[in-house]
Design a protein around this ligand. Structure first.
Ligand code: ADP
Ligand code: MG
Length: 685
């Protein structure tokens, strides 16, 4: 049997269906996939150090024998495990805190590698070293004596298995890799060939080839992404969209009825949107602005243009809680304009739903909803504009799928600010408008990181006082990934009960989480907006968009479990009223969180503006904590690092331009089709 790169990984020697199943968790299902699986990191075993030559702060790998395994309690009550290794020249300790498995994993006499950063406290030690056992017969060069890859793993898959499998695949399949880039391009951009890059990605001959390999793969990744975005955009511009008549009475009336004037920044982006809407091609625009910068009113103005041109609007938001909030807000604003507004959410009863679906065929208005708008039976007639709020919460593919005939204008909104060059490269098919100032009178929330959880009681007692004396309202937020296990949820409910009983027995407390019925959620949010609830204990369902101006205190429990962007979003829920000081309090035990979490919380304590945060992030951290995760709508690059490799963005843009210029479009598309089957990177766009 002759295998192809596109065949299942299970046919590779030593893999089989069971291991293939495990590999699929790492997004590896074909033989090609494993070639493109980037190692998590590398261990340089080409230069194993003697312990006697090691200095503090060095990143090292040592090879030796375990001479003792020691576990004890520190004075503060932490479990401390020390594994001492001797290599003939000296002794170094591998140290773990609060990891009870350690003492069972290591035995005196084991031969192993330790890798990590060397620290000193009454002797040399490595905190949480990477380790790998060495068996007597272990001589294969793929495991030692060179720079070796360390792969991301899932349960029951070992490094050895991964290395061996990758090695087989490289031996047998590397020659099947076709070079998609013409050689003049490789030369011009100083790139190594694809097969060489893939080989050196896994088993680099030396460090410089490793970085050339990563560079080549990053280049490809960015190149195909930008190529497709550019082509999409060209295609989109050729489409016939709607040329809206911009002078709209509805919009004018709406804006003059607002209790405030638009900020200059809001005016600027609104005119950019209007310009786009008047053009004959369909608008495809990203509106970005920090949390609380006032994107919603701008979006409503655009919606009214569509409605007064007798076109429907679809307005999609990521959560039900947010859908209800926008619904009430817009009802309030729109009732005097007699613009129909429909709310379509997940668990509505059938008759209600059918009624709405019937009505949107008769009248022109705004259909507001959650993912429910994407369902099969929802076809919005005469669709003029699609607005997507908090777009970073939607998958890229979900964005495009609101159904309707023709080519409606599209406006997506995001509160995760991205530096402009970066936005262009990853949202290449979108034009970008940015609101870069806050409405006047905003005072930033005071942010405090409570480093010692023993002070929790003081925090809650202080809040209690604030509530009774100053009429404050507070959120208490727990980290819970909504899809996660019910166990987690139960522990939060218990915790909430405890907090309620202990500190807020005289206050009105409610609990909110994602798995409640939408009616129930809505009822609780209403109560919190009104007088019936003062303390809202919640999961992250309130993370995005929620606007309860009277709420001016937020406590985040286990704050280290949230990302920087997420915490900033949460913080954006308070400080929405100019006449009350607001407080954002993060609780996390400074002694038991990671360095990165410490840096995050420190940064948040010191910086209030989202744009500043993103800049700082860029400088401070390199690979962005801020945009780090998929949930923020950033494409999930495998090789391209938007921060460390940001100079590549301009180079690739030029490469794309040249390629498009050189090829007549037909021929070019053929070429793309040919490549499509051969590249890993085409599905991220
Ligand atoms: P976001 O950009 O986070 O979606 P919102 O649209 O929710 O922000 O606006 C935040 C708050 O600021 C809302 O209460 C809104 O009514 C108010 N707001 C918006 N624009 C202005 C403005 N120009 N002046 C004063 N308040 C404003
Ligand atoms: Mg918003």
């Amino acid at each position: 049997m002759s295998l192809e790169l596109s065949d299942s990984i299970q046919w590779i020697k030593g893999v089989g269906p069971k291991k293939a199943e495990l590999l699929s968790v790492l997004n590896v299902s074909t033989i090609r996939d494993i070639l493109y699986l980037p190692p998590r990191k590398y261990l340089d075993r080409s230069e194993i150090k003697l312990i006697k030559d090691i200095r503090v702060n060095d990143e090292v790998t040592v090879e030796g024998k375990v001479v003792s395994v020691n576990s004890r309690r520190s004075r503060k009550g932490k479990l401390l495990c020390d594994v001492s290794v001797y290599d003939g020249s000296g002794i170094i300790v591998g140290r773990w805190f609060n990891q009870s498995w350690v003492k069972d994993r290591f035995n005196t006499g084991d031969r192993l590698f330790f890798s990590g950063k060397v620290e000193f406290y009454r002797g040399l030690y490595i905190l949480n070293p990477d380790y790998e056992f060495l068996t007597e017969e272990e001589t294969e060069l793929i495991h030692t004596g060179r720079i070796i890859p360390v792969y991301p793993l899932t349960k029951d898959l070992g490094q050895r298995f991964m290395r061996r499998t990758v090695n087989y695949v490289l031996q047998d399949f590397l020659e099947k890799i076709e070079e998609p880039m013409p050689s003049d391009m490789l030369k011009k951009y100083d790139l190594i060939s694809l097969d060489k890059a893939l080989y050196n990605l896994h088993f680099p001959e030396n460090k410089s080839l490793l970085s050339k390999a990563r560079e080549r793969l990053a280049f490809d990744e960015l190149f195909y992404l930008q190529l497709f975005l550019t082509l999409n955009r060209q295609k989109a511009r050729e489409r016939k969209g709607i040329s809206f008549e911009i002078k709209s009475n509805l919009e004018k009336k709406f804006l003059s009825a607002l209790p405030f004037n638009l900020t200059p920044s809001q005016k600027k982006v609104l005119s950019e949107i209007e310009q786009d809407m008047s053009e004959s091609y369909p608008m495809n625009r990203l509106l970005q602005g920090d949390v609380g910068s006032g994107k919603t009113v701008v979006a409503i103005a655009a919606m009214l243009i569509s409605v007064s041109n007798k076109f429907n609007v679809a307005f999609m938001v990521p959560t039900e809680v947010l859908a209800y909030q926008h619904y009430y807000l817009m009802k309030k604003f729109l009732s005097f304009l007699s613009v129909p507004l429909w709310l379509l959410v997940g668990n509505m009863n059938q008759s209600e739903r059918e009624k709405i679906l019937k009505e949107i065929n008769k009248k022109r208005g705004i259909i507001l909803g959650t993912h429910a708008l994407l369902e099969e039976d929802v076809k919005i007639p005469v669709l003029g504009l699609v607005v997507i709020d908090e777009q970073h919460r939607f998958g890229v593919n979900q964005r495009a799928k609101v159904r309707g005939e023709g080519h409606p204008d599209i406006l997506v909104m995001s509160a995760t600010p991205i530096p402009r060059t970066l936005a262009l490269s990853v949202y290449g098919e979108l034009d970008v408008s940015t609101i870069d100032e806050m409405p006047p009178g905003r005072i930033f929330s005071k942010t405090k990181w409570v480093r010692n959880p023993q002070n929790r009681a003081r925090v809650y007692n202080w809040i209690k006082e604030k509530i009774s004396k100053e009429n404050c309202k507070a959120y208490i937020v727990f980290p819970l990934i909504e899809e996660s296990e019910s166990l987690d949820l139960r522990s939060i409910e218990e915790e909430a009960e405890y907090i309620k009983k202990t500190f807020f027995s005289d206050s009105k407390v409610a609990i909110l989480h994602g798995r409640m019925k939408s009616r129930e959620k809505d009822k609780i949010m209403k109560a919190f907006k009104g007088d019936e609830v003062d303390v809202l204990i919640s999961t992250t369902v309130i993370e995005v968009g929620i606007d309860v101006p009277q709420a001016n205190i937020m406590v985040v429990e286990d704050a280290d479990r949230f990302g920087l962007a997420q915490l900033h979003q949460l913080r954006g829920r308070i400080g929405r009223s100019s006449n009350k000081k607001s407080y954002f309090i993060m609780i996390a035990d400074k002694d038991s969180i990671t360095d990165r979490a410490t840096l995050r919380l420190d940064t948040l304590e010191n910086i209030s503006s989202g744009f500043k945060l993103s800049e700082v992030d860029l400088v401070l951290r390199g690979p962005g904590e801020f945009f780090g995760t998929k949930q923020h709508g950033f494409p999930d690059f495998k090789f391209f690092d938007p921060f460390a490799m940001r100079n590549m963005i301009g180079v690739v843009r030029n490469a794309v331009k040249n390629v498009i210029k050189k090829n007549s479009e037909d021929k070019f598309l053929e070429e793309i089709e040919r490549i499509r089957g051969k590249s890993q990177f085409l599905d991220i766009a």
